[in-house]
Design a protein around this ligand. Sequence first.
Ligand code: SF4
Length: 234
Amino acid sequence: MRTELLELSRRLRRRVRDDRAAAWKLSPAAESGAASDPALRLRRLAERIEACRLCGLGAARIKSVPGVGCPRARVMFIGEGPGFSEDRRGEPFVGRAGELLDRILAAIGLSRETVFIANVVKCHPMKDPAARDARANDRPPAPEETAACRPYLDEQIAIVRPAVLVTLGLSAARCLLASEEPMGRLRGRWSKVVVAGSELDLLPTYHPAALLRNPALKKDVWADMKALKSRLEA
Ligand code: SF4
């Protein structure tokens, strides 16, 4: 009995010592586990994005907007860049366009928690960076800003490893497809793209903000979402 108690006490002391060590430093095994944990890798990437000033957008924006959603999502939605509300929240697709995107996702059984949502650029492109509190100060990202930020998107895709990319709007479609075609020709057409060494299915559709301006586009987006649902269920 005494021997068993001594052994138990020895084990407890070892456990306390190991726990203390783990509290300030990850073991090599834990480090390698962290390296393969997509949620942790996305958080670390978000910290790098927050510190980034690689292009001029980083100087004027309030919050960086790296992306949100499931770290192992099967589908990634990619928009153009943050706007006024996103810049303040640090989250993509908030405000009226974001609410519409939520409804579109719900219509095909998806949600913000089951997909990943990101943008081509992670900082708010403004027409006048000196007036960052002004509304309607948004603009599409310039090619050099898109090029500077693209490695972050590629890294997100490499971490999440989605099966399908859905681009929202012309800038995102052109960026991912390296195309100059108009939205009317790109939308609803499946393509294969290679990102970070993996071949992915890509479907361009309209940006929710375009639907708010022109509700007639809803039928096209609904057709695209039904095609997406079929592809995910195949
Ligand atoms: S937009 Fe992208 S590249 Fe430019 S500062 Fe922000 S995170 Fe960096």
